[in-house]
Design a protein around this ligand. Structure first.
Ligand code: HEC
Length: 178
């Protein structure tokens, strides 16, 4: 009798422990998703770092990709690969659209210049008389949309390239505020 009671007690006790253990695991895994998971709840570290102006999030990057495919891909390539033979200029001396991925020189420029070229076109920064094929988008895209397209482009760069371009932008900002 006493033996049976002891067996029963042991089983109960173990079940109870298992439940406590399961609940504890549930709490740990649950809080991981709530506080650290980048995809749920839009806490995307990458998107935050890419943000030039502080209001770009993962949804904006998705929209930026759409705008990119509609407005930029025809010249710069749907995979950001640039025009074929982009390193050699055309017969009329104008340039071909360079890639926007890490192989191009988009990331050599600070945010201010990337925004300026997209808004006002290649002619806005080129020397007088230079025939640019990069159109101005000030009539097609709002400033916010330009920032979204640029955020999408940046989201395709490896972390190290993003950091280097950020340093270039920070230097540029510092030199302007002097
Ligand atoms: C009709 C073709 C064409 C379209 C469309 C186009 N570009 Fe360009 N883009 C060019 C060419 C060509 C250049 C090279 C510079 C020049 O000729 O002025 C260039 C250069 C650039 C540069 C400078 C890159 C560098 O490394 O110096 C940026 C930034 C840029 N484009 C962004 C965009 C964005 C963003 C879009 C879409 C919103 C876009 N372009 C759409 C043709 C185009």
């Amino acid at each position: 009798m006493a033996f049976r009671f002891w067996g029963h007690f042991q089983r109960q006790f173990l079940t109870c422990h298992k439940i406590i253990l399961l609940v504890a695991i549930g709490i740990i895994v649950g809080s991981y998703f709530i506080f650290y998971s980048p995809d749920l709840f839009q806490k995307s570290e990458t998107a935050d770092k890419i943000s030039a102006s502080g209001y770009i999030n993962s949804f904006d990057i998705i929209e930026g990709e759409k705008l990119y495919q509609q407005n930029c891909a025809s010249c710069h390539g749907s995979q950001l690969q640039g025009e074929a033979n982009w390193r050699s200029s055309k017969e009329d001396g104008s340039l071909r659209a360079p890639p926007h991925n890490k192989d191009g020189h988009t990331w050599h420029h600070p945010d201010r210049i990337l925004f300026h070229i997209t808004k006002f076109g290649g002619g806005a920064i080129a020397p007088k008389g230079f025939n640019s094929n990069m159109p101005a988008f000030n009539k097609t895209l709002h400033d916010v949309e330009i920032n979204k397209v640029l955020a999408f482009i940046k989201s395709k760069w490896p972390k190290e390239i993003r950091q280097r371009q950020k340093n270039i932008s920070d230097k540029d900002k510092a030199s302007l505020s002097q």
